[in-house]
Design a protein around this ligand. Structure first.
Ligand code: UD1
Ligand code: MG
Length: 434
C-alpha cells in the first residue's frame, strides 16, 4: 500500500436532470442510505479527507453532510459548468498538496474500497500522472468511451455526445473514477475548454492534455463492471439497488445462509447473518443489523435497522422490528411491532403485540424491556417505558402501562360475562313484534 498522502474529491454538484426529482441526485437512496454516503464510505479509510463539490441544492447536500459525515469539506461550484470545472474548484485548497487525489462521482455508489486501493497501487507502480478506472460493458450507452492507440495506450476519453460512429462502438467505458498525481496534473485544469457538445468543462479532457504533454496516463481496467454503474435516472437507481442486493444475497448464500427467494428478498449491505439461518420470501431488511445462527425470518418480515437477533429466534409474518435486541430462543411469530425494545431469552410474543414506543405529545421514544421466559398474550399493547419481569405472563388483549413483577400475571381485560340464551331470547322477541 501507498505511503503517499491521498485526498478525495467527490463530485456532487450536478443537478441530475435525468432523475426528474426535487431531491438532489446524490441524496437518492439505496436501502435508506444516500448514494453519496456509499461513495464516501468506499474511500473513507483510504484518504486523509474528502472534498465534496456541492452546487445544485447546495444547502440541502451540505446539511446532509453535516448530519452524516466527518473529515470532509464542502466546496461550492456555482454555476455547474461540468466535471472539469467541479474539480478545478478545489485548486486553491490543494495548492501545496503533494500527493494523490482520488476523484469520484457521487452518483457511482457501487464502487468498493478494495478497488480504490488497487487503483492507487496500480497508479503508483506505473508512476502515472492520471489513472482512469475503466471496464468493458455490453451496453456502453451514456458513458464516456475509452480510446486507445494501436499499442493499447489510453489516449483519450470521448463523451457519447461528442463521439463519432466508431468511438460509439467502443465497449470500454470511463467509470468516472480517477487517481491523479496532483502537482503534475493540476495545470491541465487551467487549460480545459468547453468546446464540446454539452458546452461544459469535461474532466475527461485532462487525459488528452496529459498525452499531449508527454505525461503518463493509464487505464485501470476492472472485470466487475457493476462497480462502475453510474446512476443518472430512476431506472438506473432501481437497477443499482437490484445489483447491490444480489451481491449481498450471493455473499450470504456463500456464507451458509438459506434464502428461499432471491426476487423478493432485500437485505442491506450492513446486515450480517450467521449460517443456517433461513430467510423466507418477502423479507425487507434495511440499516445495520446482526442476525445469529439457526433463526427463521419471514415470510413478510420488515427489519428497519439497529436490530440484534441472537440464535434460534423466529421472526414471522407481518412482524416489524426496529432498534431492538432479541435474545436467543425467542419467538415473535405473527403481526407484531417491536421497537426500542430489549427482549430476553425464551420469550414468546403473541400475535398482534405492539410496543407503543412513541409519545406523540413529547415526541420521545421510550423503551420496552421484556425479560427472559416472559409470555405476552395476543393483541397486547406494551406502553413504554415499561418492563415485564422474568417469567411473567401478560394476559391476551392487555394494555400494559405499569411494570410487571417477576413470575406474575398481568391482565387488564374487563371481567368476562356470559349471558345465557341472550341471542335466542332477542330473536324470539323480534319474531313476536312482527
Ligand atoms: C461522467 C463522465 C463520463 C463517465 C461517467 C461515469 C464527464 C464529462 N463524463 O458522465 O465519461 O463515463 O461520468 O459515470 O466527466 N457534477 C458536478 N458538477 C458539474 C457536473 C457534474 O459536481 O458541473 C457531478 C455530478 O453531480 C455527478 C458527477 O459529477 O455526481 C458526474 O456527472 P454526470 O452529469 O452524471 O456525468 P455523466 O454524464 O454520467
Ligand atoms: Mg453520471
Amino acid at each position: 500500500m501507498t505511503s503517499k498522502k491521498t485526498k478525495a474529491i467527490i463530485m456532487a454538484a450536478g443537478c441530475g436532470k435525468r432523475m426528474k426529482s426535487n431531491v438532489p441526485k446524490v441524496l437518492h437512496k439505496i436501502f435508506d442510505v444516500e448514494l453519496l454516503k456509499y461513495v464516501y464510505d468506499a474511500c473513507f479509510d483510504i484518504v486523509d479527507s474528502s472534498y465534496i463539490i456541492v452546487g445544485h441544492k447546495a444547502q440541502v447536500v451540505e446539511n446532509y453532510c453535516k448530519s452524516s459525515l466527518i473529515k470532509y469539506k464542502c466546496i461550492l461550484q456555482y454555476p455547474q459548468r461540468g466535471t472539469g470545472d467541479a474539480v478545478k474548484k478545489v485548486y486553491n485548497e490543494l495548492d501545496n498538496f503533494n500527493g494523490n487525489v482520488l476523484v469520484l462521482c457521487g452518483d457511482t455508489p457501487l464502487i468498493e474500497k478494495n478497488t480504490l486501493e488497487s487503483l492507487i497501487d496500480y497508479h503508483n507502480q506505473n508512476k502515472s500522472v492520471c489513472t482512469v478506472v475503466t471496464t468493458e460493458v455490453i451496453d456502453p450507452h451514456g458513458y464516456g468511451r475509452i480510446v486507445r492507440d494501436k499499442d493499447n495506450n489510453l489516449i483519450e476519453i470521448v463523451e457519447e455526445k461528442d463521439a463519432n460512429e466508431y468511438q460509439r462502438s467502443i465497449n470500454e467505458i470511463n467509470g468516472g473514477i480517477y487517481c491523479l498525481d496532483w502537482q503534475k496534473i493540476k495545470q491541465s485544469f487551467n487549460e480545459l475548454d468547453c468546446d464540446n457538445a454539452q458546452n461544459e468543462y469535461y474532466l475527461t479532457d485532462i487525459v488528452l492534455w496529459a498525452v499531449k504533454n508527454n505525461l503518463k496516463v493509464s487505464g485501470y481496467k476492472i472485470e466487475d463492471s457493476v462497480q462502475l454503474f453510474g446512476i443518472n435516472s430512476k431506472r438506473d437507481l432501481m437497477k443499482a439497488s437490484t445489483i447491490l442486493k444480489n451481491k449481498v444475497i450471493d455473499c450470504l448464500l456463500e456464507n451458509g445462509v438459506t434464502i428461499y427467494d432471491r426476487d423478493t428478498t432485500w437485505i442491506s449491505l450492513q446486515t450480517s447473518i450467521e449460517p443456517d439461518t433461513i430467510i423466507l420470501p418477502n423479507v425487507y431488511i434495511s440499516g445495520k443489523n446482526k442476525i445469529g445462527k439457526n433463526c427463521k425470518i419471514g415470510p413478510f418480515t420488515h427489519i428497519r435497522g439497529n436490530v440484534n437477533i441472537e440464535n434460534n429466534v423466529k421472526i414471522g409474518n407481518f412482524v416489524e422490528l426496529k432498534n431492538a435486541n432479541v435474545a436467543s430462543n425467542t419467538n415473535i411469530c405473527h403481526l407484531s411491532y417491536i421497537g426500542d425494545s430489549e427482549v430476553g431469552e425464551n420469550v414468546n410474543i403473541g400475535a398482534g403485540t405492539i410496543t407503543a414506543n412513541f409519545n406523540s405529545i413529547t415526541k420521545e421514544k421510550n423503551k420496552t424491556i421484556i425479560k427472559n421466559k416472559v409470555s405476552i398474550g395476543s393483541n397486547s399493547v406494551l406502553v413504554a417505558p415499561v418492563c415485564v419481569g422474568e417469567n411473567a405472563m401478560v394476559g391476551a388483549n392487555s394494555t400494559v402501562t405499569k411494570d410487571v413483577y417477576n413470575d406474575s400475571l398481568y391482565v387488564t381485560r374487563s371481567e368476562e360475562k356470559i349471558i345465557k340464551d341472550y341471542v335466542k331470547v332477542k330473536q324470539k322477541n323480534m319474531e313476536g313484534s312482527c
